[in-house]
Design a protein around this ligand. Sequence first.
Ligand SMILES: Cc1cc2nc3c(=O)[nH]c(=O)nc-3n(C[C@H](O)[C@H](O)[C@H](O)COP(=O)(O)O)c2cc1C
Length: 403
Amino acid sequence: MKNLENKNILIGVTGGIAAYKVVEVASRLKKLGANVKVVMTKSATEFVSPRTFQEITKNAVYVEMFGDAANFNVAHISLADFADLVLVAPATANFLAKSAHGIADDLLTTTILAATAPKIFVPSMNTNMLENPATQDNIKILKQRGIKILEPADGELACGIVGKGRLPEPENICAEIVKFFSTEKILSGKKILVTAGGTLEPIDPVRYIGNRSSGKMGFEIAKAAENFGAEVILIAANTHLELPKNLKFVKVESAVEMREKVLSEFVSVDAVIMSAAVADYRVKNVSSQKIKKSEENLTLELVKNPDILKELGKLKTKQILVGFAAETENLFEYAEKKLAEKNLNFIVANNVSVEGAGFGVDTNIASIISRGGEVENFPLMSKAELAEKIIFKLIEILQGEKS
Ligand SMILES: Cc1cc2nc3c(=O)[nH]c(=O)nc-3n(C[C@H](O)[C@H](O)[C@H](O)COP(=O)(O)O)c2cc1C
């Protein structure tokens, strides 16, 4: 099956030793029906001749920024407009650095800045270059901007050492591209409600009881759902993150307020992903005036907050319900209990006491537990990557319902 028919793919090739492998990537994409154009950096032409890509793609290959003056098409703009997807492979340390900082000093980096199409970069380099904090910071910046970075593979490198930094095999790169196009906008027509952040429970006009949730996980989930074409409503408490574009944002403070907003949207949505850390208790009698320092001890009486997820579990008709279990002990036991008690479709469980997981950080280590006890354990990954896994799971369930 030619699953890439009518797809325009722009491949950027930079000056890495693995450039020769990308000839096979171009060839496979072509065989899958894609229309492929290639832009090479000058360094890349030291490794592979532009003519090779030209013969494979049956298209002109672009290297020069200031090419043929008689051609009235500005190359970087027309190439940027051409692309449904931009793939850069291999992506050198130099290219990643330039791209992370908006440098546009050759045809490829200028085209990247001008292209609005989704982008996949495939870094490949010596392990020390890859692990250098400068490269890692650049990768982080690019990921935060929504560029998909394919993990370099482990193995023997051209420089003779064994380590991480190899270009993944051409068939794996192509598989990612096929996956990208098959899932692109797969959630269009679906409405997804995501909650994020930690609720604040007032004590008096200036004080509150809060928690350490930053809202990062929920924001990444909202972004991922939106990338797959869903209409997203993000209800968030106490976050200071930059707002994702194109979605409906509702700011709340307390658990009671969050419940009210969630319930008002619930009937019209297809799925709810409750990643917010909702306080279990609130102060019974909130003081209307600032409490003055007087007695040695101050006792606050707390009352139980509404259990939003449990309520949704009872109300749900067609909606897929996803919960989070952030625990510090007995993770799976608590998570499975919550899954059943709240009538969820699946639960994302993470032990927030493990380094790299939980509050405030950009990474997470989590497991997805489904109804029926199926468990998927994920290694340490960015919250953006985990968000994508969660959305894939949701897609799987939504598709299962269709068939
Ligand atoms: C033999 C050789 C192999 C190289 N392989 C890589 C590589 O795999 N990854 C990388 O990031 N840089 C590699 N470099 C360094 C880049 O070619 C160099 O940083 C260059 O400036 C990259 O330019 P570009 O990013 O514009 O293509 C290599 C250099 C040489 C001489």
